[in-house]
Design a protein around this ligand. Sequence first.
Ligand code: DGL
Length: 277
Amino acid sequence: MTTRDTSAPGKPVIGVFDSGFGGLTVLRALLPLIPGAHYIYLGDTARLPYGSKSRETITRYALSSARFLADQGAELLVIACNTATALALDDLKANLSIPVIGVIEPGAQAAKAQAEADVLVLATAATTQSRAYTQALTELGLKATEKACPLLVPLVEEGWIDHRVNAAVTLEVLRIYLLEALADAPRASTLLLGCTHYPLLKPLIETTLRNLHHPMRVIDSAEATAQAVAAHLTTTASTAAPTCEFYATDSIEKFQRLGSNFLGHPLGEVRLIDLGG
Ligand code: DGL
């Protein structure tokens, strides 16, 4: 799954990027849905987290990541990062000559399919400040409450997510965030994971919600984003097995080790690239 398959010339080449591992949850949804594609994944781990940075910096990082994937031959770009989608989608669309699909619109649609009215969105600080989810959900007739959870991405990136081993700190952090969020959104019955790192926390989030006696439907945008990509492809995907190549801007060893948690199987070779500061 690591080398480009030149035996299928019609194979669509799909570029996928995130600031780190989180976007692998989107790639995981894409692989079974569009198996006849070649995927180029970039984790911009050297510049992670995006979620605590300004719009200008996030846009600059997102543009260089996207241009790298376009230069590698991507014919379609998936921004598998809520923060980059919220802050840079319009700039990426304006500056790239390939179609660009983000995660927020599909995530809002997924919430619409499940939610009755009030949706609680957990996301990075930059995403919540942009109000992108509030806008997307309001347009669909839903009420949104956004909660910034800046400690969650580092905890996920460190792999502190295993219930039996090292999740105590993460559970306590989730308890505090969810208590604060539910005080602002007491009637919310759907929780939208507005960061592609958060699906890895889903079991811990569900445990915390049970402990707080506030069970909610927990949904993420990965599946809905994969559907949006499939709908966009004009070529009929072949039934060939997918091929993938992986790039990261920092520690290859860590990317291989932790990335498999997100993808659900080993990544194989990961290449180190330098996108500058
Ligand atoms: N995975 C990114 C997102 O979906 C956030 C990670 C970061 O802060 O860099 O928002």
